[in-house]
Design a protein around this ligand. Structure first.
Ligand code: GLP
Length: 241
């Protein structure tokens, strides 16, 4: 897996955004998936600016949500849906039919998984996916030990993920489960950009690079596919040799 190291977060985000822009410029109706969470916020801003400047046109692009906390909706600050809409979808003029995103409020999670799997069957494979890395190496909500055969599924969240989750929310949440694209779908994407920023990710970035590919650290599995690259800023690359 090729590793790209950038001096700072803004330059990292520009480079990651350029991958998405290139993909959409080559295929206007591309299927794009960008993680929620803090890491891609600067990528969203760069993409919104690129559309404003006329460097890309998202009007035919399809967007797929990566994951969501079960029990949370767009009205809940810090939900994946809230973050992606607030920072990205609301700033582009997208039509509803351009977006497929997990409904965290679903009372029938299995049916919700089937709905998103059907969408992927129709529109997939994903042309370009931008992934963050959880502190435990999760990608999407594919926690340590996740199966390589999984498509969309419901996950009991790892203790690390539950502890880290408080950073997103302004009130106390007791998130215990997530709903996510599975490793099978993620690793079948035509282009995979694994992205990390900041000193706090230096340890898991070094593990991702140095540890043999293993389901114990899902981010290492990205190394097993040729179409994947790691994009990090200098701080996140701190523990790399
Ligand atoms: C979160 C999300 C992932 C995200 C990852 C890293 O829990 N489920 O989709 O990529 O963990 O999050 P962050 O970018 O906030 O560090």
């Amino acid at each position: 897996m090729k590793t790209h190291i950038f001096p700072d977060y803004p330059q990292l985000c520009q480079a990651v955004a350029q991958n998405v822009i290139n993909c959409v410029n080559a295929k206007p109706n591309a299927l794009i998936c960008i993680a929620g969470g803090d890491t891609p916020l600067g990528v969203f801003a760069a993409l919104v600016e690129a559309q404003k400047q006329g460097h890309v046109d998202f009007s035919h692009t399809q967007f797929l949500g990566l994951d969501e906390w079960l029990g949370l909706s767009k009205a809940d600050k810090g939900s994946c849906r809230e973050m992606v809409w607030h920072h990205f979808f609301d700033k582009l003029t997208l039509r509803d039919k351009q977006i497929c995103f997990f409904d965290g409020l679903t009372t029938h999670p299995q049916e919700e998984c089937q709905r998103v799997d059907r969408y992927i069957d129709q529109h997939g494979p994903i042309d370009c996916i931008v992934l963050g890395i959880g502190m435990n190496g999760h990608i999407g909500f594919n926690e340590p030990g996740a199966s390589l055969d999984n498509t969309c599924h419901v996950i009991d969240l790892d203790a690390v993920t539950q502890a880290v989750s408080v950073k997103y929310f302004d009130t106390q949440r007791n998130v215990q489960q997530g709903i996510s694209l599975g490793l099978k779908t993620i690793l079948a994407a035509k282009k995979i950009v694994l992205m990390a920023s900041g000193e706090k990710k230096a340890g898991i970035v070094a593990q991702t690079v140095n540890h043999p590919a293993s389901r114990d650290i899902p981010s290492t599995l990205v190394k097993t596919v040729t179409q994947a690259s790691l994009y990090v800023d200098k701080a996140a690359a701190n523990a790399l040799e």
